[in-house]
Design a protein. Structure first.
Lengths: 778, 156
């Protein structure tokens, strides 16, 4: 409805505030009487802690308190334990080491927080932190993913006897192996899914204050949802959740890692209560590099058998995932029943074997990062499809055409027990091929060649899953003045929810767009069933709950309107902000005013138009965004540099609520995917030191790494599992971009016989691939 | 050390330690928290302000070096009546921001580019943004916004 309704490219409500410096991020919180916190961290990757001497630090000027893990433990702080239990096929349970908040016995990764120093100023806290004397016995360490799984690797947790947490398998491999062995065509690819540093632009920080009168802690922290943070940090602190208020105002990017528990946050909250004074911790970028959870970090061994026509017969996948020193909230889950469950993505494959070994290493834990297992899954499938095309003598589009699940087979139940409700995978690919002028590529290649550049084109067809946790609560309230307020259980940290939910309420209730307010990010006002924003879930989970809340308002509004018009509620029609019976009508504004006045209400009706909806979905009824991305690159063979020259994306995100914002999600996802494929790599050396410890050493993608992205939506297949037809949009780009980009570079290097280069495709790696390959045919 | 400077048109006199960075002076001493700090290696550009009309990374100079200078921060960029600067307006129009954390630095850098290079094209803007990192937008809306604002500058 109208220019502010669903489907319109409405400019964001949040922008003027953020463009004029009026955003309020956690580090902007300044409390009178606050103490500054600095963490002393382990300099070693694996070490026995022999002693911790804080006496000199305590005497340093300005220091108020120095806390160790013993203080936290004695104060009732619990270890972080992950809520997952995978077992091997033989029923052996997974091993999960205890993760103490500031351990006192062993430090298991470089950067692990061990001591918390509090002082009157940040400078004083930093100076005193230098005086904390820690004595260690260094132990052998392991950091590399594949190495950690080898039988002779140093074992971190001797009580378990291996770094492998569990060997999970979906089935026995024998039948699959037999099919592959007998298949006319067989391809094998070995992949490294490089470890990434997520680096939202706002460094992690926390501020906490304790109110003795209420015996309540208030914690300001960048999260992706305050309700889960409240529950989990209260549990860690050993207090009822009512005794912890969590506030997230503006948050400078999340990408998954903000939704997880961190020891520093719990320590800051504990310290505020213990010392009776507010505590502020401002993580700097170097700290966030070593202590924020990292992303990805898998190695995959993949084998596929195909028939003579290039149809896939069976697939065998073996993944080792580096989960870091401890079991993160989602770490080992990601390749298994997290994102990994989307395998074999959009392909019609009935027979496959899938094995995952999560391994512990002396690195910071890895966890959810944009896509959370789906980019890895799609990368596996797309690299296999490119290899299969070559093996079978088919083009890369044709091998996909022959194996993608056709529209006629939908709804389609995958071997991992998802039901794809909608999605025209072949149609979307054909659309993309056309939009990218796939057929005209040879002319462009010839033109690049004249300039001494190698041009390549790459394709990726992907499917991901969105929706995340199956419940969400949203509340919509109409005031007596007719203005609306949305109280969100989801949590916008850049996605633009203030705008999108207002578009929905404008559409459903006819309340003017500018009269719709938005409240989120404070456990004092967030609906109790609120969950948050991750897993591309807000459009579906928050959206449906908003729609249903509005529906409840309309139902009640009809009863009130009927009373006002002396009619039957069943006869009242609601349309475009008007309640109508025959020729009589009242506006929603009038109904809202009446709702606040008990004398105008039908008997037994409670005052107010204030409705909350807890939307509960069947857990597996997620939605399945999909798409096809095509990339063209130019490679300079002298330098090994790769420049993206053309990027075409067609995404099926179902019904598009605001094309401006959904495009923004696609561009952002693509950029993080290209970052992984082109520039980013988190590298630990053999002694467990993070070599890529700042933006100087870690390849964050910049504006010049990209070209204009031409993005389209395919809206022909609305989602059938939610009444607004939406599919998630946030993570699709990160699934499509890496395989499409690698496909393009390998295509450019085809004359050299290069079949695969592991990410990131830095100039050095590309140059080496060219120069170690066979000389170019004359 | 005693310093006197103009910040967003207001004269400010303060006593500061010589090791206080301009970014921390603005944020912690003046509570102008619109200027953000996103790194500690002068890479990200979140902290860009204008010092005597030129874009500088305020994390990389000391407050005392700004003694006698005029500083413009994101809080002072729009007109006093609230009318957005053309670069701010273009960021909104082209969806050049998501989480908003890099935005103050991007906008201040954009305003600098537009002033120096009227009519700047896409490639120029991408090159000029070498010192600014954004993790949300893929830069597309940012580049479009600055090119648009630069074209308005070229026309006027």
């Amino acid at each position: 409805m109208g220019q502010f309704g669903i489907g319109q490219p409405v400019r964001r409500k949040e922008d003027v505030r953020l463009l004029t410096g009026k955003g309020r991020y956690t580090d902007d919180v300044h409390l009178e009487d606050q103490q500054w916190a600095v963490f002393v961290r382990s300099p070693h990757a694996n070490a026995k802690i022999l002693s911790i001497d804080t006496s000199a630090a305590l005497e340093s000027p300005g220091v108020t308190h120095v806390l160790t893990g013993a203080d936290l433990r004695d104060g009732g702080v619990k270890p972080i334990s992950a809520d997952m239990n995978f077992t091997s096929r033989e029923g052996k349970p997974m091993f999960k080491p205890e993760r103490r908040i500031m351990p006192v016995d062993f430090a298991r990764y470089m950067g692990e927080p061990l001591v918390l120093v509090l002082a009157e100023s940040l400078e004083e806290a930093k100076a005193a932190a230098e005086l904390v004397a820690l004595d260690f016995e260094e132990l052998p360490c392991v950091t590399a993913t594949a190495r950690a799984a080898e039988p002779d690797a140093p074992v971190i947790y001797s009580e378990h006897g291996s770094n492998v947490s569990v060997h999970w398998e979906n089935r026995a491999p024998d039948e699959i192996d037999a099919i592959i062995a007998a298949a006319p065509h067989k391809v094998t690819v070995d992949l490294v899914n490089n470890r990434l540093i997520v680096a939202p632009m706002e460094p992690r920080c926390a501020v906490a204050a304790y109110d003795p009168a209420d015996d309540r802690i208030t914690l300001w922290s960048p999260t992706q949802g305050v309700r889960p943070a409240q529950a989990s940090f209260a549990q860690l602190l050993g207090i009822p959740k009512e005794k912890l208020r969590v506030i997230s105002d503006d948050v400078g990017g999340g990408f998954g890692i903000r939704s997880k528990r961190y020891p520093e946050t719990a320590a800051v909250a504990f310290a505020a209560r213990k010392t009776g004074r507010p505590v502020k911790w401002r993580g700097d970028r170097s700290e966030t590099f070593v202590s924020d959870h990292h992303g990805r970090d898998q190695v995959n061994h993949c084998v596929m058998g195909l028939d003579a026509n290039g149809r896939i017969l069976a697939l065998r996948l073996e993944t080792i995932v580096n989960v870091g020193a401890y079991c993160g909230d989602n770490g080992p889950r990601l390749p298994i029943d997290g994102g990994g469950r989307i395998i074999p993505t959009g392909y019609d494959i009935e027979k496959f074997y899938f094995s995952v070994k999560p391994v512990y290493t002396n690195t910071v834990p890895t966890d959810t990062y944009r896509g959370a297992g789906r980019p890895e899954a799609n990368y596996i499938m797309e690299r296999l499809m490119d290899a299969a095309a070559q093996e079978c003598g088919l083009t890369r589009d044709e091998i996909r055409r022959r194996n993608l699940i056709p529209l006629s087979k939908l709804p389609y139940r995958t071997q991992m027990n998802f039901v794809y409700d909608s999605g025209d995978f072949v149609g979307v690919m054909e659309e993309t091929l056309k939009a990218a002028d796939w057929d005209g590529f040879q002319a462009r290649r010839a033109e690049s060649e004249k300039r001494g550049l190698l041009r390549g084109i790459g394709i990726a067809s992907f499917v991901e899953q969105a929706g995340g946790r199956p419940t969400e609560e949203m509340r919509v309230k109409l005031g007596a003045d007719g203005a609306a307020t949305v109280f969100a259980g989801t949590f916008s940290h850049g996605q633009g929810h203030e705008t999108v939910y207002a578009q929905m309420v404008n559409d459903y209730l006819g309340v003017p767009f500018e009269r719709i307010k938005f409240v989120q990010g404070d456990t004092d006002t967030t609906p109790p069933g609120g969950v948050g924003t991750f897993g591309s879930r807000s459009s579906m989970m928050g959206g449906v709950a908003v729609r249903r809340s509005c529906g409840q308002i309309i139902l009640k509004g009809k009863r009130i309107a009927a009373h006002l018009m002396q009619a039957n509620a069943e006869d009242v029609i609601f349309e475009e902000g008007l309640f109508r019976v025959g020729v009589s009508s009242v506006t929603i504004e009038e109904v809202a005013r009446a709702a606040a006045d008990p004398s105008k209400l039908p008997e037994g009706e409670k005052p107010g138009l204030d409705e909350s909806n807890l939307f509960e979905r069947e857990a597996d009824l997620m939605n399945f965004p999909n798409g096809c991305h095509i990339v063209e690159v130019e490679v300079d063979p002298e330098l090994g540099t790769v420049q993206i020259v053309k990027y075409t994306a067609v995404d099926d995100c179902g019904v598009v609520l605001n094309p401006l914002l959904v495009h923004g999600q696609v561009y952002g996802g693509v950029a993080q995917g290209i970052g992984q494929a082109l520039t980013e790599d988190a590298v630990y050396d053999e002694s467990g030191q993070l070599l890529t410890g700042s933006f100087m050493d870690y390849g964050m993608p910049r504006a010049h790494h990209f070209s204009h992205i031409e993005a389209h939506f395919d809206e022909t297949q609305p989602c059938k599992t939610n009444e607004i037809g939406v599919k998630g949009a946030g993570e699709a780009g990160a699934c499509g971009a890496p395989p499409a980009f690698v496909s393009a570079v390998c295509d450019a290097l085809k004359p050299y016989g290069v079949k695969h280069i592991d990410m990131p495709l830095t100039p050095e790696r590309v140059w080496r691939a060219i120069h170690s390959a066979k000389p170019r045919a004359a | 050390m005693n310093i006197t400077l103009t910040v967003n048109g207001q004269s400010i006199a303060r006593d500061v330690e010589p090791n206080v960075l301009l970014a921390d002076f603005l944020r912690d001493h003046l509570r102008l928290t619109g200027t953000h700090v996103g790194c500690d290696t002068t890479q990200c550009g979140c902290c860009i302000v204008h010092l005597d009309g030129k874009a500088v990374k305020s994390c990389t100079i000391f407050a005392v070096q700004a003694d006698g200078s005029s500083v413009l921060t994101i809080e002072g960029l729009a007109a006093p009546d609230g009318t957005l600067h053309p670069v701010q307006a273009a960021f909104r129009e082209h969806h050049g921001l998501q989480c908003g954390f890099c935005t103050p630095g991007m906008v201040m850098m954009g305003a600098d580019i537009v002033r120096r290079i009227p009519g700047a094209d896409e490639q120029t803007v991408r090159h000029e943004l070498e010192g600014n990192i954004c993790r949300c937008t893929g830069y597309q809306g940012i580049v479009e916004a600055i090119v648009d604002a630069a074209s308005q500058g070229a026309r006027s």
